[in-house]
Design a protein around this ligand. Structure first.
Ligand SMILES: *Cc1c(COP(=O)(O)O)cnc(C)c1O
Length: 363
């Protein structure tokens, strides 16, 4: 039996997607317009935020959010090192300085303690990443009085103690890259916020800093969500809760099968819902385990083995930071097959293979 890390087919939605694309082609409106506006309304309602602005991708959703907050050269932004590169790249790309904070390796997310030790006199924002779908403790960061940008790229549809991700901080960035929990057919992203002024600034920034394409008030970007992608997202958004519920069932099944006796399984948050963008376990001999799984047809992969503060482009921002939680996560993490379509038979095969592999390699 071959079990890929993720398998996800849009085949059941093929006709509906073609009809949505057909509708946009017939309308002749490809940039902004009614499909984008409708998706923005529907996604804001789904998340529970007052405003949503569709943008070109998740990376630019972060850049526009930070710019809308007034962050730029001379400012520091706290960001975890254990995350996808774009979380920190967005900070440097707008001229600010990423200051790397540690994570709790049991949640893979930042904590109030790790943020506190990364604060400087110039901190203008905190990027709270909901990594692998786990809701970062955003509410507990309010005490610092610093604006919080949620990086919700891996947690669309998830929730924390205070509600859905995308409503927990000051402003939030989403990605609809095809492998994310809510995919589109290419690149796409969104920003959500309750603050009308921030929403207005993101709306201008995505459109060359202009409201009307005649007067340019800001130096912005060309970063709009395509009408075609908005139409696709409008068809797929109603599926998101079902997909996330299936991911959560697959995670519960791994536990029921006794996986937690073999490896350290992902923590469940104290409140809210983990949406398992990835199912990431920890084990001290994860490379041996990954190889043994590969031999049994199971794809397993470690993430961010080279955390961002050790990436060549970011070394100048992290001359000598010590991030023990990050190093521990980088050393021991292993993503196992996960997705809305993971079957019971596949889960059983994965857990049995891990049992065999660890029994064979125990020193
Ligand atoms: C995917 C991702 C991004 C970037 O999203 P894109 O749409 O690919 O630009 C940012 N942060 C995290 C944590 C991600 O996983």
């Amino acid at each position: 039996m071959q079990v890929p890390l993720f398998r996800f087919t849009l085949a059941p939605h093929h006709r509906r997607l073609i009809a949505a694309i057909d509708r946009v082609v017939a309308s002749g409106r490809f940039i902004l317009g009614p499909e984008v506006e409708s998706f923005e309304r529907e996604f804001a309602d789904y998340v529970g935020a007052r405003h949503c602005v569709g943008v070109a991708n998740g990376t630019e959703a972060l850049m526009l959010s930070l710019r809308a907050l007034g962050v730029g050269p001379g400012d520091d932004v706290v960001v975890p090192s254990f995350t996808f590169y774009a979380s920190a790249e967005a900070v440097a790309a707008i001229g600010a300085r990423p200051v790397f904070c540690d994570i709790d390796p049991t949640t893979f997310c930042l904590t109030p303690e790790t943020v506190r030790s990364a604060l400087t006199a110039h901190t203008r924002a905190i990027v709270a990443v909901h990594l692998f779908g786990y809701p970062a403790p955003v509410e507990e960061l309010a005490e610092f009085g610093v604006p919080i940008v949620e990086d919700a790229a891996q947690a669309t549809g998830g929730s924390g103690a205070g509600g859905r991700v995308g409503t927990l901080g000051t402003i939030a960035a989403f990605s609809f890259f095809p492998s994310k929990n809510l995919p589109c057919l290419g690149d796409g992203g969104a920003v959500t916020t309750d603050d009308p002024e921030l929403a207005d600034r993101v709306r201008m920034l995505r459109h060359h800093g202009s409201r009307d394409k005649t007067t340019f008030e800001l130096v912005g970007f060309n970063s709009r969500l395509d009408a075609l992608q908005a139409a696709v997202l409008r068809e797929l958004l109603p599926q998101l809760d079902g997909w996330n519920a299936a991911r959560r069932s697959a995670a519960a099944r791994y536990r029921d099968l006794g996986l937690d006796r073999q490896v350290t399984v992902p923590s469940e948050p104290p409140a809210g819902e983990h949406v398992y963008h990835l199912y990431v376990v920890r084990h001290p001999r994860r490379d041996v385990l990954a190889e043994a799984l590969r031999e049994q047809g199971i794809e397993a992969r470690s993430y961010y083995a080279q955390p961002i503060h050790r990436q060549p482009a970011m070394r100048s921002y992290a001359p000598n930071v010590a991030l023990p939680g990050t190093e521990e996560a980088a050393r021991s993490n292993l993503a196992l097959p996960m997705g809305p379509e993971l079957t019971a038979a596949e889960s059983e095969h994965v857990v049995a293979a891990i049992e065999r592999a660890l029994a064979a390699t125990t020193p």
